[in-house]
Each structure stands twice: as structure tokens, then as C-alpha cells.
Design a protein around this ligand. Sequence first.
Ligand code: A5P
Length: 230
Amino acid sequence: MDPRFSLLAAKALEFVAEGSRIGLGSGRTVEAFVPILGDWLRQGRHIRAVPTSEGTAALARKAGIPLDTLDPDEPLAVTIDGADEVEPKTLNLIKGWGGALVRERIVAAASRRQIIVVTEEKLVARLGTRGKLPVEVIPFAAPFCRRSIERIGAPGTLQPVLRNSEGKPFVTDNGNWIFDCAVGPIDDPAALDRSLLAIPGVVDTGLFLGTTDLVLVADDRSVRELRRTC
Ligand code: A5P
């Protein structure tokens, strides 16, 4: 395992309060956090966690973390999640390379704070720089969504490629498919997000704009905290 994941996990634990309900994100970085959280609970502490994917739920059960469901009357204190790109000034994100974007969005919205844990190569000057924007679609609408996505912006702006797993479409925890759209640095992420969400059959996009309160970034030796500056 990348040793930076352990640094991030230890730091993230500082933001979990005894007795709280938290959101648990998805991806390798969170996978490193789950067993450390389990060890912390075995020292006599209590939390309940809402997982953002079936994969995280399985890991959490294995680690002895009590699971919970969303409660509209009781926001989660914090969600600890990963990301695929982070813009340091705005803390805007691209998420979903792991395929859990929809539940990640819902759990983030149900939380008072969203804390993102990343290694430093995830930091980008402009979203899109790492070249991939996931868009979750309803399978019935997939051909229509593909065509509509291709027509956004100048020709070639977004090139949707259906995500595959062992030769078949990758199926999300919600029974949907994902188009990984080849992108470059995005000029106006909010406008792009609106255009994508306006397509019938698009469930959600990997653009997480204005949802993040704090980003923890690990290099080989330490973890630094990023807060929004604009
Ligand atoms: C899951 O859908 C994603 O949003 C993950 O949070 C993201 O891909 C980060 O994953 P890693 O920690 O594995 O890079």
C-alpha cells in the first residue's frame, strides 16, 4: 500500500469525534482509513458510519464499524472521502474514477463537513487536467446520452467512452453505467456540469463544485491542510 495513505488515514482520524455519525467515502485512500478507524473503535469509542459504496460497506463491516443509513433530521458530522482531482484554490473536485460518484454526492450533501484525502498528484491547476470526467447514466438512455454529451461545446470537447469491466459495461451500485469522458482542462466547470445534468438520462457527473471544506494532501513525509481561498 502507498505509505502516504497511512499518513492520510492517521490525520483524517483527528477529525472524527467520539459518538458522531460520519460518512465513509470510497477508493484506495479511504480503504486505508477504514481499518484504522476500526482499530480506534476497538479502543472503546463509538461512531456510526454511512458508506458511499457497497465496497466500502463490506470493508467497514470487516473492520467492525457499525453502519447506519441517512437520516434527514440528523446530518452526518463529517464525511471523509477521496478525489481524483482537486483544484487547490476553490477545492472543487473531480470524483468518480472509482464509480461511486452518486452516493458520494448524496452522502456529502448529508454531511456538515466534507474532508477530502488525496496524494499530491491529484492537485491540478484546472479541473480536467488529468483527462477523465465520469458521468453516470441510466443504461436505457446510454446511446442518447452519448450523442448528447458529444454535442456539448466545441467538437471533441468531451469524448464519452463507456466504462467496461471484464468485457461488459461496468455497473454502478445504483445499477447504472458510466461514461468516462476524455477532457482537457475545463474552462467553466459549473457551465459544463449544468449542460451534462440537463441531458435526460444523466444521473450525475463527477464534478463536485463547492462541496468541500478541507483537503488533506499527503507527500511522502507529511500531510498538509488546504482551505478554500476563493
Ligand atoms: C470513487 O468514485 C471516487 O470518487 C474516489 O473517491 C476517488 O476515485 C479516489 O480514489 P482513490 O483514493 O483510489 O484515488
